[in-house]
Design a protein. Structure first.
Length: 607
């Protein structure tokens, strides 16, 4: 399948406001919304309680340190008891908040992962997205790791921001009251600065925030690139593990080793760049953090040395300054986490947006018109032209049904073939409705059961009975019917393994996988069976056996897209042709050399 240029994938990108709108909308429509809202309400109650307890602890600083200054043992001991009560309450609230944090993050991840999985596995979307360049790479990373990081960071940052906001609102008044009448004396002049400590803490936090933003500006992009490279590495390892047999037989270990090492090098390079960016950011975050130990004392020292503050008042001012500064410095302290959050938010929202945009492919080029025909009307192909690229007929890549109009009636045997090198698989995808780019109209019969049988089958890791009735199961199917179907397609050795769970794609060879697909069709008894050259490369004996089994589907319409002498010999099908497009958008005339002899239609005319 041809991929569009990576630059076109930029169409899926959204500004930060668009990313937030998309993900908030996804959350609001998720099944976990009610539970998360309840958890958020509980968290707010705990945060308010914690803030009040912290406020009382700050108030405790005054009498405690004043008792120390007066050497008042009785008051000192009483204040220790007060401290014990406050500390116990704060500890309990911290434990409850930590538990609520984790449960909220878990529910957020549940909502994100389930939503993204539902959007991804909506019929047709995932395969259409596969042609969209890098945005389609490693969806497992976005569903697994990115959703985990986004859920955890969203919860952590949201709780931290709310907590800091409440702390700021609670303690800024305390700090203002302490420093409301502070005055500087310069010779004979006195300058009064109302709320001096408040303005000092704002300036201190603002300077740290600006420096953090400047120094850490590259972190969001670095984190996004790092997650992409991590996904590439995991994909390389999984691909090698899934293909150990052909790699070993080809003596390809050295080639795969180089490929894996190249993926490791890409990850290490991103980690190196991230390490430097984080180290530079640490100059700001750590430096301002250590300076915060003495900054409030230095700022409040003029009031203390001038006698405007007692020692207890100084400690209250220091505590209030630290709380206000902590709230204002939330951005500085969490800049790297915010960068990580923005990176995963972008990856998840862009991926989700790309999936949703596959529902409107007309924005990317001409599309085939699909419609439901009337009951019993048959399958109609009218001037069908399939483009191999999203842009109509780009570089001439594509195919066209040579016959301008094709009506296939129920019960017929049809073969659609073409010249060697013609992309018949692309035509199969168009008829299936999973590749809509092109021109013309395809009308499918209304209300009839249709099975699309691809050349490359998918066998889920499940019990054999589930594989045989994939995807939705068959109600009331008996074990004897399953065993009979297995025997008919030459898989009698599996007849007693219906409840065995295996990696069937590893256990069976290509001939056996196709045989299992045919057994599935025998059990499901479709009205229409459309096959994508499934006999290509199979042993002659296997083809003969499976065609004999398909012949038993007397009530099914059989359409074979591809070339098969055995199918032609057994069914004498009506033959249609597909041809590659010229760059001008025209098709070559069909070449019938080497094709099956003209077959007879139901009314006796040659095709």
């Amino acid at each position: 399948m041809t991929q569009i240029p990576d630059a076109a994938a930029q169409a899926y990108e959204l500004p930060l406001s668009g990313q937030l709108r998309m993900m908030v909308g996804a959350f609001w429509g998720s099944r976990v919304r009610s539970r998360v809202l309840v958890l958020i309400a509980a968290l707010l109650i705990v945060i308010f309680a914690t803030t009040y307890a912290t406020y009382r602890l700050n108030q405790w600083n005054g009498p405690f340190y004043d008792a120390l200054e007066r050497r008042d043992m009785g008051e000192f001991l009483r204040q220790l008891v007060v401290f014990g009560v406050i500390a116990l309450v704060l500890t309990l609230l911290n434990v409850v908040q930590q538990w609520l944090n984790q449960i909220t993050a878990m529910r957020m991840r549940e909502g994100l992962a389930r939503d993204l999985a539902d959007v991804w596995l909506t019929p047709g979307r995932a395969l259409k997205l596969a042609a969209a360049g890098q945005i389609a790479n490693n969806p497992d990373q976005r569903l697994h790791e990115d959703t985990r990081i986004l859920a955890e960071n969203t919860t952590s940052l949201a709780i931290g921001l709310v907590n800091s906001t409440i702390l700021l609102a609670s303690f800024i008044g305390v700090l203002w009251a302490i420093s409301t009448d502070f005055a500087f004396t310069f010779g004979s002049r006195t300058v009064v600065i109302p709320g001096y400590m408040v303005w000092a803490s704002i300036a201190y936090a603002l300077l740290g925030s600006v420096l953090s933003n400047v120094v850490g500006a590259r972190l969001p992009r670095l984190n996004a690139d790092r997650y992409a490279r991590e996904a590439d590495l995991r994909s390389s390892l999984v691909r090698a593990n899934e293909n150990l047999k052909p790699i070993t037989l080809a003596r390809g270990e050295e080639s795969e080793r180089r490929r894996v090492h190249a993926a490791i090098d890409a990850v290490l390079e991103m980690l190196r760049q991230t390490a430097w960016a984080l180290a530079n950011l640490t100059w700001v975050s750590a430096g301002f953090g250590w300076l915060a130990l003495v900054a409030p004392i230095i700022i409040a020292s003029p009031m203390y040395f001038s006698g405007q503050l007692s020692f207890g008042g100084l400690m209250m001012a220091v505590g209030a300054f630290n709380q206000v500064n902590q709230a204002l410095r939330w951005y500085v302290a969490n800049f790297s986490v915010i960068a990580d959050w923005r990176a995963t938010l972008a990856r998840v929202s862009f991926f989700r947006n790309a999936l949703l945009m596959t529902d409107t492919p007309s924005a990317e080029g001409e599309i085939i018109s699909y419609r439901q025909g009337k009951a019993g009307e048959g399958l109609c192909l009218d001037n069908v032209e399939v483009h191999g690229d999203w842009e109509a007929g780009a570089a001439g890549h594509g195919i066209k049904l040579a016959e301008s109009f094709c009506l296939i009636n129920a019960g017929e045997r049809i073969m659609i073939n073409g010249d060697p090198g013609t992309d018949r698989h692309l035509f199969f995808q168009a008829v299936s409705g999973i590749w809509p780019w092109g021109r013309g109209e395809i009308s499918v019969p209304l209300g009839e059961r249709m099975i699309m049988m691809p050349q490359e089958s998918y066998l889920p890791t499940a019990a054999l009975r589930e594989v045989m009735t994939y995807p939705a199961g068959i109600p009331d199917i008996s074990d004897d019917a399953m065993r009979d179907a297995l025997t008919r397609v030459g898989l009698a050795r599996l007849a007693n393994r219906l409840d065995t769970v295996e990696r069937w794609d590893r256990l069976l060879d290509k001939d056996e996988e196709v045989a299992l697909q045919v057994a599935n069709a025998v059990l499901r008894k479709p009205d229409w069976l459309i096959m994508d050259d499934i006999f290509e490369g199979l042993e002659a004996e296997t083809q003969t056996l499976l065609i004999e089994v398909l012949g038993g589907l007397s009530n099914s319409t059989l359409i074979y897209i591809g070339r098969s002498a055995e199918f032609s010999k057994a069914f004498s099908p009506q033959v249609y042709h597909v041809s590659p497009l010229h760059p001008s958008g025209q098709a070559n005339e069909p070449d019938t050399r080497g094709q099956p002899e003209p077959a007879q239609t139901s009314n006796g005319t040659a095709t």
